[in-house]
Design a protein. Structure first.
Ligand code: NAD
Length: 246
């Protein structure tokens, strides 16, 4: 129960990787706030967390909206008396080759994936700074390190998130707040299930471990970075990719 008496907020915690992170932190003792654009999904994960015996709050939040994220942090602190862990996980893709990519496709991905993390982090660190304690984990991506055809918007957002992570780490290190990123490779969720079978098989052939990752593989890395065992680690990018990129 390494997260006993800790409160963790996970954006996009309704399904996929965010759901797995929420369940992992709850299983290790944390009370959980699920902030998701889709209330049904958030409510479903919340039910699973209740079964683990933890307190849980499910909120409908658009991370791209600063007012939503401000209220989200206020609601979390009001409900549970604190906020110790923030996981910026909400993310979307709008894949298209650059020459055909619309301004809307660029803006929507940057708004959710990058501005969303900015909004949530700015709201949370105000509270964490006062408490002189915080753990922030940003869910970046392998393609933020390597680039990927068809993902100019997504890879730019994830590379931006890595730069953001390092700056937050530097700005808040003296206040007991760490900020790290994980960079998952290809993980078996709705996001990658949307890919054609042929593309998934081609991708798998580039993974030394010869399988896609699971949401739990990512959740384990997040739990470590959010724990006190990682208290001297900040500004780090942890690859969780089966050896696909080293
Ligand atoms: N699946 C992968 O292979 C993979 C690889 C690397 C990184 N990632 C990253 O991991 C994170 C989770 O991915 P996933 O595969 O679980 O995705 P997913 O699509 O299964 O889940 C994303 C969740 O985010 C929520 N969401 C979307 N827009 C939102 C918004 N504006 N405000 C609040 N919530 C919002 C969705 O409702 C959904 O519950 C994303 O940041 C993604 O970029 C995924």
């Amino acid at each position: 129960m390494i997260f006993k008496d800790r409160v963790a907020l996970i954006t996009g915690g309704g399904r996929g990787i965010g759901r797995a992170i929420a369940l992992k932190l709850a299983a290790k003792g944390a009370d959980i706030v699920i902030a998701d654009l889709t209330p049904d999904a958030a409510g479903q994960t919340a039910k699973e967390i209740e079964l683990l015996g933890r307190r849980v709050l499910a909120l409908k939040v658009d991370v791209g909206c600063a007012d939503d994220t401000q209220k989200m942090v206020e609601d979390a602190v009001d409900a549970f008396g604190g906020l110790h862990i923030l996981v910026n996980n909400a993310g979307i893709t709008r894949d298209r080759l650059l020459l055909r990519m619309s301004e809307e496709e660029w803006d929507s991905v940057l708004t959710v994936n990058l501005k969303g993390a900015f909004n949530c982090t700015r709201a949370a660190v105000r509270h964490m700074s006062r408490e002189r304690y915080g753990r922030i984990v940003n869910i970046a991506s392998i393609v933020g390190l390597t680039g990927n055809p068809g993902q100019a918007n997504y890879s730019a957002s994830k590379a931006g998130l890595i730069g953001f992570t390092k700056t937050v780490a530097r700005e808040f290190a003296a206040r007991g707040i760490t900020c790290n990123a994980v960079a998952p490779g290809f993980i078996d969720t709705a996001m990658t299930q949307a890919m054609p079978e042929r593309a998934r098989n081609a991708l798998t052939s580039h993974i030394p471990m010869a399988r896609l990752g699971t949401p739990e593989d990512v959740a384990e890395g997040v739990a470590f970075l959010a724990s006190d065992a990682a208290s001297y680690i900040t500004g780090h990018v942890l690859s969780i990719n089966g050896g696909m990129f080293m």
